[in-house]
Write a protein that binds this ligand. Structure first.
Ligand SMILES: [Zn+2]
Length: 143
């Protein structure tokens, strides 16, 4: 079953019913890996993307792209705005394997993994880190 209590598609403007394991309706859903969390399930989608000579796989659960990006198209657009190119959804484990560096002829991007709201190269994110002075030091009580 989808996330607890969810009966309609996570895409805000959509009121179609969700599927057995999905948080999205038939029209909005995408292939991905089903992740079980207690009684809830969510489908994790994998997206191949490139940035310069790097490539990687970005993961996002369907609920997130439904609720935040009104579906896959919106998420793809967001990735493009973040500077990624050659973005495509990976539908099968075979496709994911084929997209892994060095198979794809590119270097593995350090940004590969769960989707981030901001990447290092985006405005503001590459400012010098001046938080070191205020950062609390871990308590060293073990002796
Ligand atoms: Zn929908």
């Amino acid at each position: 079953m989808p996330m607890e209590g969810l009966t309609i598609c996570a895409v805000l403007e959509c009121t179609a019913p969700v599927g057995k394991y999905n948080n999205l309706c038939d029209d909005h859903r995408l292939p991905g890996a089903i992740l079980r969390m207690g009684d809830s399930t969510v489908v994790i989608t994998a997206w191949y993307a490139e940035d310069g000579d790097e490539c990687g796989i970005i993961l996002l659960n369907e609920w997130a792209f439904g609720a935040h990006f009104s579906g896959a198209k919106g998420f793809e657009e967001k990735l493009r705005n973040q500077g990624f190119v050659n973005i495509r959804l990976l539908c099968t484990p075979e496709e994911i394997d084929a997209a892994r560096p060095p198979t794809s002829g590119k270097k593995a991007g350090s940004w590969s993994g769960p989707w981030r709201t901001q990447y290092a190269w985006e405005n503001g994110a590459d400012q010098p880190d001046d938080s070191s002075e205020t950062r609390p030091t871990p308590a060293q009580t073990t002796e």
